[in-house]
Design a protein around this ligand. Sequence first.
Ligand code: GRF
Length: 225
Amino acid sequence: MNETGRIGVLISGRGSNMEAIAVACKQNQVPARIAVVVSNEPGAAGLARAKRLGIDTEVIPHRQSATREEHDRKVAAVLDAKGCGLVCLAGYMRLLSPWFVRHYEGRILNIHPALLPAFPGLHAQKQAVEHGVKVSGVSVHFVDEELDHGPIILQSAVPVAEDDTEDTLAARILVEEHRLYPEAIGIVLDGNWTLSGRRFLVTGPGDPRGRRGARPSGSPDRERP
Ligand code: GRF
């Protein structure tokens, strides 16, 4: 399998999105495989999940590096050694250094449990409940140097019920995360897309809007990085 089909997943905790990606790869819904799971937290539950799935794991504790970039260079050395062409953040609780973002420019994805640009950062589901929005959801986006900020690849809405708590909303959003992240990875790996400014536009047969009957209007003015 070539580099584009090798995914490096970065986690800090539970790893349920990592598992959803692994299962989608195994079932050939995504033409790729997870080459390695890297955690900055030695106690991350996702490490055991990955091992159960037969996926190689690496622990790179961030506390052992003096700077963010020093840590990120260690992570990149592992990802590069495994030939990863795509890096997926899945509950990775670290900001990336500008060096890392440049090293994998246009090849880092993240999932966020809200409809960005609403509620970036920590506790997105709590923010949504407390703000009183009627709809929240999931965003899968490219990673740039700002937190939860890069171009959005796919979003999906999840209604907020009147009796929702942070936990009940998070649980319903998580179900949608597990569906959306593999779908977004498949679209990105498919390669039939461009960026027009911040706008992620699917251009080929994989066009999800095409499948739903509507065609994108206007032509993209910039190739993907
Ligand atoms: C998910 O809600 C994800 O959107 C957010 O962190 C959580 C990670 O969960 N970035 P898991 O580790 O994938 O189970």
